[in-house]
Design a protein around this ligand. Structure first.
Ligand code: SF4
Ligand code: MSK
Length: 641
């Protein structure tokens, strides 16, 4: 059974111990059972793209160096890599498409349970699409914006329009390289075409299409998801909340939402407070209804409603292990099929809601946006009904919770750093120019049982802020940072360097800013574009003293995110290497040569401190190129040998 988790939060440690004691398998056990994992897969040099195969390249050079069709290691590894990008870009973008459909429904149907919550944001997005707003009704503008967003997916001529949010210099780099995305679906389809047997075999050309699809994700599908969610559900504002498994309350009906799309969870957040449902829960013997989230759905309702976060991706099974969860509601992405086995050990009802994501053994209550409140009510009632089936002897909820502040956005960072009366990025740029802040890092992404849970996230983030690098975070890294106290303003005084402390004290922000869910990495792109637009730090994102990282990555979405950050000109560090190490040429291209072409590149480093130092070295290199002032306070940084 799973070993003790040395670096994880205490609640996870307690629940993993419970799982071991009761011989309930979780993700850590299944990982151990899977050892040794396939070396060919790890190196990216197995192929099953046609039925002459499967084929595999001998990494030691003694066996076959070509597949049956003649594809070599470079071709096979590049094809596998860009298929991961296609998977990630498809997941984010399909999420964006669903939000666009919901906005269209809200605009066209006066009876809809959804309304435009942020008219200002609607008008800003309308401006990107060149949609007139003067003298028009909100619902007309919303319908036009939704239709324009939907066109991004299947346009047959022209380009993705959202990319106009990128700096002009960046758009030119893409145009010159021929990687400007034309339409979101088209770029994903073209990856599948090019990687079919006997199409594209030149590895750099294959990666080029991966780059184009990733830009269609970050500056397209993900950005559509974020921007239209803000219009529908409201622009997040800094908000206080709590995180970790201790938010599950034994006296309440506990309903956990897990997955990614806010369409259902946002409605659940509102409906669960309805008096009649709370009364019903009380009649069932509970004190009320307690809603909490896992993964990015957690981030969505955390930043807009201050709903507590139960945990990150690797805590989904641990939440059930408390024995106090009446119902776990899942939509799409990052749902472990193993959940079904764990829920069977308890009274917990597992409910799937998306026609795209059913699970054997789970109850399926299909969600339809046009009956949102009705279905949300049905699900909450199912949770209440299940309260009576609890075994109160079998409840073990760890006490651990941590306070946090979440809900920053490209707009609210603006307000905070600019002060109340002057909305501008000037103070942020000036703090970097003056050497008070060294630079910025986006640290994001999943957790993975192939590394000690949370060691990568927490050690890296602490090392960065200690060296005056302000951190923005999303996804499961954001949840880990929250559980470890890094999202509190006070954490600046405990962990940050003196310069960053001064900035945090002056504006009252934490040194690590929670910017939302996985699709909200597009907010980080917007922040970078705004910093460039403010001036004084170069003309392109690739000029900025910034870096990105996903120390414990695991999903295809993380590969697409990494690729679009690289494509945006960002040095991007991940823990475990991409599965490309079986191709020396592809490895060299991704980690060295790409930088000449596109301004960003990949880096792989498992040790989170060394990884942070490499990011800081990169930030310092960019500071030197911009001829910025020396750092105000930071000790001379000791580079890694
Ligand atoms: Fe083998 Fe080529 Fe078919 Fe891949 S595409 S399975 S390398 S024959
Ligand atoms: S949920 S993609 S495990 S960050 Fe967005 Fe977390 Fe990674 Fe899923």
């Amino acid at each position: 059974m799973a070993k003790e988790l040395k670096y994880a939060d205490k609640a996870s440690q307690a629940m993993v111990k419970r799982a071991c004691d009761e011989e309930i398998k979780t993700v850590w056990d299944r990982y151990e059972d899977m050892q040794p994992q396939c070396g060919f897969g790890t190196l990216g040099i197995c192929c099953k793209n046609c039925s002459m195969g499967p084929c595999r390249i001998d990494p030691f050079g003694d066996g076959p160096q070509e597949g049956i069709c003649g594809a070599n290691a470079d071709t096979i590894a590049a094809r596998n890599l860009v298929r991961m990008v296609a998977g990630g870009a498809a997941a984010h973008s399909d999420h964006g498409r669903d939000i666009a459909h919901t906005l269209l429904m809200a605009a066209e149907n006066p009876e809809s349970d959804y309304k435009v919550k942020d008219a200002d944001k609607l008008k800003r997005v309308a401006a990107v699409y060149g949609i007139k707003t003067d003298g028009r009704e909100i619902k007309e503008i919303a319908a036009d914006v939704a239709r324009a967003a939907l066109e991004e997916f299947g346009r047959q001529e022209g380009e993705v329009q959202m990319i106009k949010n990128a700096p002009a210099a960046r758009q030119k780099v893409w145009k010159d390289l021929g990687v400007t995305p034309r339409a979101i679906d088209r770029e994903i389809v073209e990856i599948m075409h090019r990687t079919h047997i006997g199409v594209d075999t030149e590895y750099k050309n294959i990666v080029k299409q991966g780059i184009r699809a990733s830009i269609a994700d970050g500056w397209g599908g993900s950005m559509v998801a974020t921007e239209l969610s803000d219009i529908l559900f409201g622009l997040p504002k800094p908000i206080r909340a709590t995180a970790n498994l201790g938010v599950i309350d034994k006296d309440y009906v506990n309903l956990i939402v897990h997955g990614h799309e806010p369409t259902l969870s946002d409605i659940i957040a509102t409906v669960s407070q309805k008096k009649e449902l709370v009364e019903k829960a009380k009649k069932a013997g509970a004190k009320g209804i307690n809603l909490a989230g896992i993964c990015c759905t957690a981030n969505e309702i955390l930043m807009r409603h201050g709903i507590a976060v139960a945990g990150s991706v690797m805590q989904q099974e641990l939440a059930v292990l408390t024995g106090a969860v009446e119902l776990m509601l899942v939509d799409v992405q990052c749902l472990y099929p193993g959940l079904e086995t764990v829920t069977k050990c308890f009274h917990t009802k597992l409910v799937t809601t998306s026609p795209k994501a059913k699970m054997p053994g789970a109850e399926h209550i299909e969600f339809h946006e046009d009956r949102a409140v009705e279905i949300a009510t049905q699900i909450i009632e199912a949770a209440i009904d299940n309260f009576k089936n609890r075994n109160s002897e079998n409840i073990h909820i760890p006490k651990n919770t941590e306070r946090l502040v979440a809900g920053f956005s490209a707009e609210s960072v603006f307000d905070f750093l600019g002060g109340k009366y002057r909305s501008t990025y000037r103070p942020l740029n000036d703090a970097v120019i003056a050497g008070r802040i060294r630079g910025a890092a986006g640290v994001i992404g999943c957790s993975n049982p192939n590394v000690p849970y949370e060691e990568g996230h927490i050690k890296m983030v602490k090392e960065l802020i200690k060296n005056d690098v302000i951190v923005v975070t999303t996804g499961c890294n954001a949840i880990s940072c929250g559980k470890h106290g890094l999202l509190q303003p006070e954490s600046a005084f405990k962990y940050a360097g003196e310069g960053l402390q001064e900035v945090c004290r002056a504006v009252g922000i934490p040194p690590v800013l929670h910017l939302g869910s996985c699709v909200d990495n597009s907010r980080i792109l917007m922040v970078l574009a705004n910093v460039v637009a403010e001036g004084g730090l170069g003309s392109d994102i690739s000029d900025l003293p910034v870096a990105g990282a996903a120390p414990e990555w695991m999903s295809e979405k993380a590969v697409s995110i990494g690729m679009y950050f690289v494509a945006s000109g960002v040095y991007t560090m991940i823990g475990h290497p991409l599965p490309v190490m079986g191709s020396k040429n592809l490895y060299k291209y991704l980690t060295e040569e790409m930088e000449q072409e596109i301004g960003g590149k990949w880096a792989f480093e498992l040790d989170p401190i060394k990884a942070a130092h490499k990011m800081i070295e990169h930030i310092d290199k960019k500071r030197a190129a911009l001829k910025l002032k020396p750092l105000m306070y930071a000790q001379a940084f000791e580079p890694v040998a």
